[in-house]
Design a protein. Structure first.
Length: 235
């Protein structure tokens, strides 16, 4: 199986998982809306949903059916929640956006390193130039350069993905990378290198111990936990 085919299948899995994460975020919102707030939200969207629509879940379903809201673009729903003064629920969507963008970035970065075309969605088009830029400056991040030739030996050493990422994290300490956001940026790049390396390993390669989608998930969680300590990068 070629890297391109693997990447395509992984992308489909990514979209599926992100849609489920999006639906989970919507359910959180549904469970936290009061009746008077539902009426206000229905009024806010009165030109988009049938007047007889009842309940938060049906309101959101109606908005999804007319493509007013989707996992690719949550801006409209954030504005609706802001209009009814539920800023706390906006945080749920902001957290989802962060998870979505970080996941898509890691996948897009890996594709760029493979020389493949971007598969970023229109609403997240800002990810593509950022990924493209980081690919160009990857070898300049450390004084001795960072390429997949440095990632592969670690992958071959039978270390698991988390250990590989932790090793690079320790290297940053040695190189006196102090700024937390710079450190996070470097970690995201490293994670992207790991994902790219696994994507480029043939499916039958005994060096590849973990499936690409699992590697992407591990890299995401590794970066996401550190991102949450600093705060969301989505406003």
């Amino acid at each position: 199986m070629t890297p391109a085919i693997m990447s395509s299948k992984t992308q489909n899995t990514i979209a599926k998982e992100l849609r489920k994460a999006y639906n989970a975020a919507l359910l959180q919102i549904v469970d936290n809306l009061e009746d008077d707030q539902l009426r206000k939200l229905q009024f806010y969207y009165e030109e988009l949903i049938p007047s007889e629509t009842n309940g938060a879940l049906n309101i959101l379903r109606s908005l999804k059916s007319v493509e007013e809201i989707s996992w690719r673009d949550v801006d409209s729903l954030k504005e609706g929640l802001r209009a009814i003064q539920r800023l706390d629920l906006i945080e749920i969507l902001t957290e989802f956006e962060t998870r979505r963008d970080l996941t898509l970035f890691l996948d897009d970065y890996a594709r760029k390193r493979q020389g493949s075309e971007s598969r970023c969605y229109q609403s997240t088009s800002s990810i593509e130039p950022f990924a493209n830029h980081l690919v160009k400056v990857t070898t300049e991040i450390f004084t001795d350069g960072l390429t997949n030739s440095k990632v592969r030996p670690l992958m071959k050493s039978r270390k698991n993905v988390r250990e590989v990422l932790s090793d690079f994290e320790k290297q940053m300490v040695k190189k006196q990378v102090v700024n937390p956001w710079s450190k996070l940026t470097f970690l995201v790049v490293i994670a992207g290198e790991v994902v790219a390396e696994v994507f480029m390993m043939p499916a039958i390669d005994e060096e590849r111990q973990t499936e690409p989608k699992e590697v992407l998930k591990i890299c995401f969680e590794f970066c996401y936990t550190r991102l949450m300590k600093l705060g969301n990068w989505v406003s």
